[in-house]
Design a protein around this ligand. Structure first.
Ligand code: MN
Length: 232
């Protein structure tokens, strides 16, 4: 869950994938995503995750009339982005589900965008026109070229957990986090802090203008969104 500071309500979700393997038990992404990338299966997996997420999001939005509406984010791999079919996949998923414009967000990383900035900018604009939103994941850990912040149709930045972890002890991390928050505010982007595990981290982030939080302090990953109903 991604939780709002002011009233502790859920702003949205990030979909995380697990594989319940018949013999190996529950596998984490680091156990199978590299192989999925290598074999190309990441493409089908990506579509599955997107559709499954959109399905849950549809149910939530039907049940809850809140403003702003609940959103859900899915991670996109470079393999998915370089394939032209991503456009088609998003279109298919969105046409099947009744969800509000911009509330299905694709999380992309800086390095993914920088592989081919011109192409990415074009592709993202077209996907945006279909009704999807975009969140820039792991912000600050990649190439950090600031020019694409204005060229890409983004609506959200995610502060990477590597900056959040030591934000109270490391003055450099603190400075970076403050700068990201100021930058995002000036560009009219919402910010989600990732990996928030302590009240101290939360308080620092809140004091510097962060309003949305993700991490163990606010909730753990769960198989179904229903598990979070008490938090609404
Ligand atoms: Mn992510």
């Amino acid at each position: 869950p991604i939780v709002r500071l002011e009233d502790r309500t859920i702003a949205g979700f990030e979909a995380l994938v697990r594989w319940d393997h018949p013999r190996e038990g529950r596998l984490m992404p680091q156990d199978f995503l590299a192989i999925a990338e290598e074999t190309g299966l990441i493409v089908d997996l990506g579509v599955y995750v997107m559709d499954r997420t959109a399905r849950e999001l549809e149910a939530w939005q039907a049940a809850l009339d809140v403003d702003p509406p609940i959103f859900a984010s899915v991670n996109v791999s470079s393999r998915q982005l370089i394939r032209h079919d991503l456009l088609h996949d998003v279109k298919t998923v969105l046409s099947r589900r009744r969800i509000l414009p911009g509330t299905l967000k694709l999380e992309i990383t800086e390095s993914l965008v920088m592989e081919n900035p011109e192409y990415a900018a074009q592709m993202l604009s077209r996907i945006r026109d279909l009704g999807a939103g975009f969140s820039l994941d792991d912000f600050g850990t990649g190439y950090s070229s600031l020019s694409y912040l204005k060229r890409l149709p983004l609506d959200q930045l995610k502060i990477d957990q590597s900056f959040v972890r030591d934000v109270l002890d490391d003055p450099d991390d603190a400075a970076i986090v403050r700068t990201i928050l100021t930058l995002a505010q000036s560009l009219d982007l919402t910010v989600v802090a990732e990996g928030v595990e302590t009240r101290g981290q939360r308080d620092f982030l809140a004091l510097n203008g962060c309003r949305q939080f993700q991490g163990y302090l606010f909730g753990r990953p769960s198989p179904s969104m229903d598990d979070f109903t008490p938090l609404l």
